[in-house]
Design a protein. Structure first.
Length: 477
C-alpha cells in the first residue's frame, strides 16, 4: 500500500496464497521417421487427421503416414512429427520404366510414388509433352493420365524416366540427428525444441521401423530422459520369442539389452491392413502401443496402465504368442517376466505388459510404466507451478504459499485416483541458515501412485460344512 497522502478510496488486490497447479500434457506422441511430403527436420504439431494429411499418403517404405494412421484410429492425444527425409538428397533416379496406359481410362501408375522430373518417351525419338500429351494426376501416388487429343494412345506402353523420394536411403544417423555447427537441431535431437515452440513436450517417443536398431533405441532413451518421457522400442522384424527373451541379456543379438526405466520393449510386430495391396502387412508394435497410451491417458488417466487394452487395427501377430491370464507357463508370461511388453491374443488382440525395461533388475514400483509416468507428470507439474515463485522473497508467508500450492495439488490427485496419498513438508534439516543465505530453499514431498493389479490371486477351498447344512435341510423337510 502506498504511503502517499490520499483523500478518497482505494482498492488493493491481495494475490497472496496458494496457486493452482496445472498438470502437464501426458498424451503427446513424438514421432521421428520418413514421409513423402511435409516439413523437413522441424517439429510439427498435429491435432487431427486433417493436420496429418500434410505428410502425405500411406505409401510403402514411408513410416510417418502409417504411424499417424494408427494414432488417428485411437482418436486421442497430440502428435509432434519430425520428418527426416531430405527431398534434396534422399532421392533415387528411375530410367526406362515401362508404363502402360489403361485402354479405357487412359490412366497409368508408376512403380514409385513421390515423383519429380518425369519424362515420357516412346523409347526412341519421341518425347511427350506434359499437360499436352499427358498429365500428372497425383505425384505422391505416381498416377498419370493420357490426355484426350494428345499423342499417347490409350492402351499403349511408353517409357518413363523420373526421380522419386527414397526412404531406404535414410540411415540411423538421420533418425538420431545432431546439433550442427550453426546450432540447428535435426532428428530426435529436434524434440528439444518442443517446449519453446509449443509450451509442451512429447512424452511418448517412437521411431517406427528404426527403433529396432540399437543406436536409435539408445538415442530415444536418452531423449526420454531429458524430456521426462518414455521411449518405445520394437524388436527387429523376424525375431522369435526365444531370441527376444535372449536379447535381454548381454549375449543377446537384438536391441533389448537395456535396463532403462525410460524404455518400453515391445514384441512382436503386428499384422494390419495394407492399403497398397489390399492384403496384410507387418507394422511395428510401437505405433500401436503409443496410440493405446494416449487413448488410455485421456479416457482413464495417466495413472492407468496401458496393458490389457484393445489394439483396434490389429489383424494378427507376426508370430503367435501362447498365453492366457491363468497360464503361468506361456510365452506371454515368459516375455513379461523379463520386462518385454507383448500381446495377449485371446478374446481380441490386447496389449499385455506393465513394466519398463528396468524390470527385473529394478524391483521398486517405479519399474511399472504407469507409476513411472505418474511420477513424471506430478514432478514436472509441480516444478512448472513453482516457477512463478522463483526470486520471490523467502518470507514465512511465501514459504507457506509454496507449500500449500503443492499440498493442494496432491489432495486433488488423491481425489482423482492418481495417487493413494501424498504430503509436502518443510524440513529444517534441509534448510540450514547457510543454505537460506545462498537463496536455496528446499521442500520435501512424497506420494504413491496405485500399482497395477498385475497378479490377481483367488484362494478357494471346498467347504464340506455345507454338506451338513444339506443334511439338516433334508431332515427338517
Amino acid at each position: 500500500m502506498s504511503v502517499a497522502y490520499h483523500h478518497g478510496i482505494e482498492t488493493v488486490e491481495d494475490l497472496s496464497g496458494p496457486r493452482p497447479v496445472r498438470t502437464v500434457k501426458s498424451a503427446v506422441i513424438g514421432i521421428v521417421g520418413t514421409a513423402p511430403a511435409g516439413t523437413f527436420n522441424e517439429p510439427v504439431r498435429l491435432y487431427s487427421e486433417q493436420d496429418a494429411a500434410q505428410f502425405g499418403p500411406d505409401l510403402p517404405g514411408f513410416t510417418i503416414p502409417q504411424a499417424l494412421k494408427r494414432w488417428a484410429e485411437g482418436g486421442a492425444g497430440t502428435v509432434i512429427v519430425i520428418n527426416v527425409l531430405d527431398p534434396e538428397t534422399h532421392v533415387d533416379a528411375v530410367a526406362d520404366e515401362d508404363v502402360t496406359f489403361n485402354a479405357v481410362t487412359g490412366r497409368a501408375k508408376l512403380a514409385h510414388g513421390a515423383i519429380s522430373d518425369l519424362v515420357l518417351t516412346d523409347g526412341a525419338d519421341v518425347t511427350y509433352v506434359l499437360n499436352t500429351d499427358y498429365e500428372i494426376l497425383d505425384a505422391l501416388k505416381g498416377e498419370i493420365r493420357a490426355l484426350p487429343g494428345g499423342a499417347i494412345a490409350l492402351g499403349s506402353t511408353k517409357v518413363a524416366d523420373y526421380n522419386h523420394l527414397d526412404p531406404s536411403q535414410v540411415l540411423a544417423a538421420d533418425i538420431i540427428g545432431e546439433i550442427d555447427i550453426d546450432g540447428n537441431r535435426s532428428g530426435i535431437e529436434a524434440f528439444r525444441l518442443c517446449q519453446t515452440l509449443f509450451k509442451f513436450k512429447p512424452k511418448i517417443l517412437i521411431a517406427p521401423g528404426y527403433s529396432s536398431q540399437n543406436s536409435v533405441r539408445a538415442a530415444l532413451d536418452t531423449m526420454a530422459q531429458k524430456l521426462r518421457g518414455v521411449a518405445l522400442a520394437d524388436a527387429p522384424a523376424g525375431t522369435t520369442v526365444t531370441q527376444a527373451i535372449a536379447g535381454r541379456g548381454a549375449a543377446g543379438a537384438i536391441n533389448f539389452n537395456t535396463n532403462s526405466g525410460r524404455t518400453v520393449l515391445l514384441y512382436p510386430h503386428i499384422k494390419a491392413f495394407d492399403p497398397s495391396t489390399g492384403g496384410e502387412r507387418l507394422e511395428p508394435y510401437s505405433q500401436h502401443f503409443a496410440s493405446v497410451i494416449c487413448r488410455t491417458d485421456l479416457a482413464r488417466g495417466f495413472w492407468k496402465s496401458p496393458s490389457n487394452e484393445p489394439i483396434p487395427s490389429a489383424l494378427g501377430l507376426e508370430f503367435p504368442i501362447t498365453g492366457s491370464p491363468n497360464e503361468v507357463d506361456s510365452e506371454a508370461n515368459a516375455l513379461n517376466e523379463v520386462g518385454i511388453t507383448t500381446i495377449m491374443n485371446e478374446d481380441g488382440i490386447l496389449t499385455w505388459g506393465n513394466r519398463t525395461a528396468a524390470w527385473p533388475s529394478e524391483t521398486h514400483p517405479i519399474n511399472f510404466l504407469s507409476v513411472r509416468r505418474t511420477a513424471d507428470m506430478i514432478e514436472e507439474s509441480i516444478e512448472l507451478a513453482q516457477r512463478q515463485f522463483v526470486d520471490e522473497p523467502g518470507s514465512p508467508a511465501m514459504i507457506t504459499t509454496v507449500q500449500e500450492t503443492v499440498a493442494a495439488y496432491l489432495r486433488l490427485l488423491v481425489q482423482r485416483g492418481a495417487i493413494l496419498d501424498g504430503r509436502v513438508w518443510w524440513d529444517p534439516a534441509e534448510n540450514p541458515p547457510e543454505q537460506l543465505a545462498l537463496g536455496n530453499y528446499t521442500w520435501c514431498y512424497d506420494f504413491m501412485p496405485p500399482t497395477p493389479m498385475e497378479r490377481i490371486t483367488n484362494k478357494a477351498r471346498i467347504n464340506m460344512g455345507y454338506l451338513a447344512q444339506l443334511s439338516e435341510q433334508m431332515a427338517s423337510a
